[in-house]
Design a protein around this ligand. Sequence first.
Ligand code: NAG
Ligand code: NAG
Ligand code: NAG
Ligand code: NAG
Ligand code: NAG
Ligand code: NAG
Length: 353
Amino acid sequence: MIFSTVKKSESILVGRYNARAIYTASTFFNRRAVILIPGIGGNGPEEFIPGSMTTDSKDCLLFNEFAKAINEADVATLQIGKPGIDYLSAKPYNASMYENATWDDLLNNVIDAIQFLVKKGYNTTNIHLLGHSEGAVVAVDVASIYKEKLAGIILLGFVGENLLNMIKFQLLEAPIEYLIKSTIDSNHDNLITKEEVSKWNDTLVWKFKPNQTSVPIKEIRKFVKNDPIRLNLLKEIEQSSIWQKVLKRKNIYKLTANLSNFLNVKCFHGELDMHALVKNAVELKKSCERVLKKKNKNNNHKLCQVSIVKGVGHGFSVPKPPRSQMYADKTIGPPIQDFLDDLKNYAKTFVNY
Ligand SMILES: *[C@@H]1O[C@H](CO)[C@@H](O)[C@H](O)[C@H]1NC(C)=O
Ligand SMILES: *[C@@H]1O[C@H](CO)[C@@H](O)[C@H](O)[C@H]1NC(C)=O
Ligand SMILES: *[C@@H]1O[C@H](CO)[C@@H](O)[C@H](O)[C@H]1NC(C)=O
Ligand SMILES: *[C@@H]1O[C@H](CO)[C@@H](O)[C@H](O)[C@H]1NC(C)=O
Ligand SMILES: *[C@@H]1O[C@H](CO)[C@@H](O)[C@H](O)[C@H]1NC(C)=O
Ligand SMILES: *[C@@H]1O[C@H](CO)[C@@H](O)[C@H](O)[C@H]1NC(C)=O
């Protein structure tokens, strides 16, 4: 019998980077815990999403929502911010620490979070790593070090494809595919008229020539591919210290699925995710199926499971009304209750092993 009276959260500093963290204990004697690892950019332990990017236009603390769902299963949580980034991503507490951080710093930060829990009396075999987006890749890499010493990984909005290809696609192709071709070109004649643009004037700005009433999509595509602002951003990302080590690494679907030889691999992915496209989940699922076939022979019962959550995006929220165009609004949060229930129900299974 579990009396679920989830304890109050504490704000604490963790590890060699003094990472900002939020720890919520459980009441359960045989302690289980989940470490939450945030996604791309300057994210603190709450994974703060501003109202301009949420379905309901209110600020959303995405990790607080996920943590609450997990705590309701009487599983403890440790939300860990990035090195140098303060609570609520308000400002860095150490800008040069964040700007100089490397991929290994992100991994070490999570290793320190694991050690923090060990000092609190948790066995690593009862610890899950939950990563969102870039954090999911961090979770995979840390799990590759610990293997059977961890309970499992929970990957949300996982990116398994080559990161550089993903970023190039996001910057140079996605606006054409997921906004202009699919939606703005409402009659699908491969021409964008002034009238079509005017309905999306907050999203697409196009300078028509004086006697021009429409522009072929291929001309916009060419413009986007050569847009100096985008190309500069790409260059900056290519030079970012955090991603140097992993940017050009080949895809990690097999590597991730193989981890299920040691620990539970569970992935939740939004069907409409425009940040990490759903193909990442589909590919991981294929790799899981291959690994599972072999495992059955070896009597290994660890999970390798991918759940595609219908109708939601990168933050497990529905597209923002009234236009509900996922690419234009890139909505992240608030997560739908069904997903939070899925997460809670998954956390409830932790007590069984
Ligand atoms: C990286 O760290 C060095 C030394 O601490 C500092 O001088 C430099 O400004 C930092 N780089 C960035 C981009 O902040
Ligand atoms: C910021 O972090 C760097 C290490 O990355 C450290 O050398 C420096 O002392 C820190 N600065 C402050 C003000 O804590
Ligand atoms: C942690 O759990 C494992 C597996 O149940 C067990 O073999 C190990 O002795 C435990 N370690 C500690 C420090 O309790
Ligand atoms: C966009 O169009 C709306 C009406 O269709 C108009 O009220 C608004 O001022 C326009 N915004 C810009 C930036 O042109
Ligand atoms: C647009 O105007 C230019 C001259 O200003 C002319 O050369 C061109 O043929 C015109 N294009 C169309 C489609 O009318
Ligand atoms: C996955 O594991 C198999 C053996 O089960 C191995 O042959 C393969 O090289 C591994 N792949 C990766 C990417 O780790």
